[in-house]
Design a binder for this molecule. Structure first.
Ligand code: ADP
Ligand code: MG
Length: 637
């Protein structure tokens, strides 16, 4: 049990001073911050009384950046300096920017090293800088409201975010002076807000329709662990599309063409958005507005509106079917469907998704707030404010992590679906006599051969003491932290030399790719077993050739007659030949023949070493000889 705290004389009366922690939903369109106050989680309001701020930053030459609604106002008049949707670029590289129209209206610096940067009046700004600015605004809202410094925050990220995107989010937090207690998947946070983690084990669906993105996730809750079974979605589908269809409808009603002036276009979209939002609580809305000489008058009924949005809602059903298929569960297995994101306020969305899953959807918690609230609950626990709580959410790693071994084989160190954080160690050894460095290649995937897995990182352990092959003990430690970031370290035990690497692959995998890799591993399972057996046999064969050849070189003349030597040499050559072919059995037989044919030689060497020992030879040398001999004879059984 945690120790109880006692306050200093004259300090706070509260016996348990709460540690201030918040949950942050860092959204593509909007961001918000929440905290647990007096036992319940609520979203914090900024100085203007707003509980959500647009994730928009306006940069100027002279002053510090402006964030939120005020920045949003500048989007039409000063588009290049007003950065929106930076989340889409987190952890992405130059080629992602070049291939996406989403960033067309910005000026980019794409030459400066690895990270693409927006060119603004205040200089080059990466997506990390922009996100850091949004996080800073949320941090000051939190510190003002809560009246103190934050110990940390739980920040949510989409379930499909890869290591690079997660790392970028952490970097942004660090820049804004926020200590990250943990990154939490957005759908998991929503499930936590509804307390679905403490209910019965089962599958829950999280349907998240935001401003410009749609995500559907299936989570499985089991023994306190949320596993993301599958995610799918559409990165270019959301409330903005509804605004567009309503704006088109307004133009048609007014019998005018789309305005060529971007300012007028924006005002029209704003009108459309306002009608859309009113229609989540009304059956019809009237409008009368003049936009750049055009008068828009009329009313929009919920029936007309529904007809406009229905095609878009239908588009979200295909990913819903896909996650069910990918996870191998039926609609009846889904025990709850949670609505997340501002666009799920549209009544027809709720209705159609409820119909699809054959059950009423959960909407009790404001869909705009639900992610931040779940994050706040988790932050409260992680900050140590609920010592009795068993709500410690764990995630699992989606693909096995391993190391390349001789023959291009993969040794899995952390199997897939292991709950994180985790630390796993395994010992490895050298392959050659006198080897003083070791190349470590970290891979990800389920397949047996390195070539079929994904390469994550390479590093080297140097200055290993030169010993006989197999004599060194190198401990390799894989650590995956709570956010899924991997650190691999290697330690040579005798000398204490260490090397390590943090794995932040520049491009991660989408969930679809993970699925594809898993599927491939199942399809190739038996094929892989054969390939592995062949590769292992080749490694073994090469090792035997190496050991015998080095023994022959050192004292072959002493122990073998000329004809015996010719025979052994012949067997070595025969084995070498089979190593060039892909025939597991042939290699095996050639190894056996060589071992049989050289047994007399090995025996004589052994006897000679024993004699040398009696003659007072140094122990270490003897060990070396014995190890070498053992190496050769080891496989006799
Ligand atoms: P993100 O997660 O991408 O930051 P949000 O979850 O904040 O996005 O959703 C923003 C979207 O929700 C916008 O398109 C906004 O117009 C829409 N929205 C907000 N309130 C309503 C409402 N009452 N009815 C319909 N759409 C709404
Ligand atoms: Mg969101």
């Amino acid at each position: 049990m945690a120790l109880l705290q006692i306050s200093e004389p004259g300090q706070s009366q509260a016996p348990h001073q709460r540690r201030l922690a918040v949950g942050i939903d860092l959204g593509t369109t909007n961001s918000l911050v929440a905290s647990v106050i007096s036992g319940s989680a609520s979203v914090l309001k900024d100085e203007n009384g707003e509980w959500t701020i647009p994730s928009v930053v306006h940069y100027t030459e002279s002053s510090s950046p402006v964030i939120g609604a005020v920045a949003q106002e500048q989007a039409a008049s000063d588009p290049h300096n007003t950065i929106r949707s930076a989340k889409r670029l987190m952890g992405k590289g130059v080629s992602d920017v070049e291939s996406s129209w989403l960033f067309d209206h910005y000026n980019f610096d794409l030459d400066s090293g690895s990270l693409p940067a927006f060119k603004t009046a205040a200089g080059n700004k990466t997506a990390i800088d922009v996100s850091a600015a949004v996080l800073s605004a949320l941090r000051s809202t939190a510190e003002q409201t809560l009246g103190g410094d934050l110990v940390g925050a739980v920040i949510t990220v989409p379930a499909y975010f890869d290591d690079a995107q997660r790392q970028a989010t952490k970097d942004a937090a660090a820049l804004s002076g926020i200590h990250v207690l943990r990154l939490l998947n957005e759908p998991t946070a929503a499930a936590v807000a509804y307390g679905l983690d403490s209910g019965t084990d089962g599958v829950v669906a999280i349907y998240d329709l935001g401003g410009g993105t749609f995500d559907i996730s299936l989570l499985k809750m089991q023994r306190g662990v949320f596993e993301v079974l599958a995610t799918a979605g559409n990165t270019e589908l959301g409330g903005d599309d509804i605004d567009n269809v309503v704006a088109e409808w307004l133009l048609k009603k007014a019998k005018v063409d789309a305005p060529s002036d971007p300012g007028a276009g924006r005002l029209l979209l704003r009108l459309a958005r306002s009608l859309k939002e009113q229609l989540s609580n009304a059956s019809t809305v009237a409008y009368s507005e003049k936009i750049h000489d055009v008068q828009y008058d009329g009313s929009l009924s919920i029936e007309e509106f529904n007809a406009l949005v229905e095609p878009m809602i239908k588009k979200t059903l295909a990913p819903c079917r896909q996650v069910l298929r990918d996870a191998g569960v039926s609609k009846d297995d889904v025990q709850a469907v949670v609505m997340v994101g501002g666009s799920t306020r549209v009544p027809m969305v709720r209705e159609k998704i409820g119909e699809f899953f054959n059950q009423p959807v959960l909407t009790d918690i404001d869909p705009d707030q639900v992610v931040a609230i779940g994050a706040a609950i988790q932050a409260d626990v992680l900050a140590g404010n609920k010592p009795d709580s068993d709500l410690l959410l764990l995630d699992v790693i989606p693909l096995s992590l391993g190391l390349e071994t001789m023959g291009g084989l993969v040794e899995k160190i952390v199997p897939r679906n292991t709950t994180i954080p985790i630390a796993r160690a395994q010992e490895f050894t050298t392959y050659k006599d006198g080897q003083t460095a070791m190349a470590l290649h970290v891979v990800q995937g389920e397949r047996e051969l390195v070539d079929d897995c994904r390469s994550l990182a390479r590093f080297e352990l140097r200055d290993i003491p030169a010993r006989t092959a197999g004599a060194c003990r190198i401990q390799v430690l894989f650590q995956v932290d709570a956010d899924g970031l991997l650190t691999v370290s290697a330690l040579e035990k005798e000398s204490g030399v260490v090397a390590s690497i943090d794995v932040k692959p520049s491009y991660g995998l989408s969930d679809g790719e993970i699925e594809a890799m898993l599927r491939a591993s199942m399809e190739h399972a038996s094929d892989d077993v054969h390939k592995r057996a062949l590769a292992e046999q080749k490694v073994e064969g090469a090792r035997v050739v190496e050991a015998i050849t080095s023994a022959l070189q050192s004292d072959g003349d002493q122990h073998l007659s000329d004809s015996e030597r010719v025979a052994v040499d012949g067997l070595v050559d025969a084995l070498k030949l089979t190593l060039e072919q892909d025939n597991t059995d042939a290699i095996k037989q050639a190894i056996e023949k060589l071992e049989h044919g050289s047994s007399a030689f090995v025996e004589r060497r052994m006897n000679a070493s024993v004699k040398q020992l009696m003659a007072g030879q140094e122990l270490e040398d003897l060990e070396r000889t014995l190890v070498t001999s053992n190496d050769v004879t080891e496989n006799n059984s």
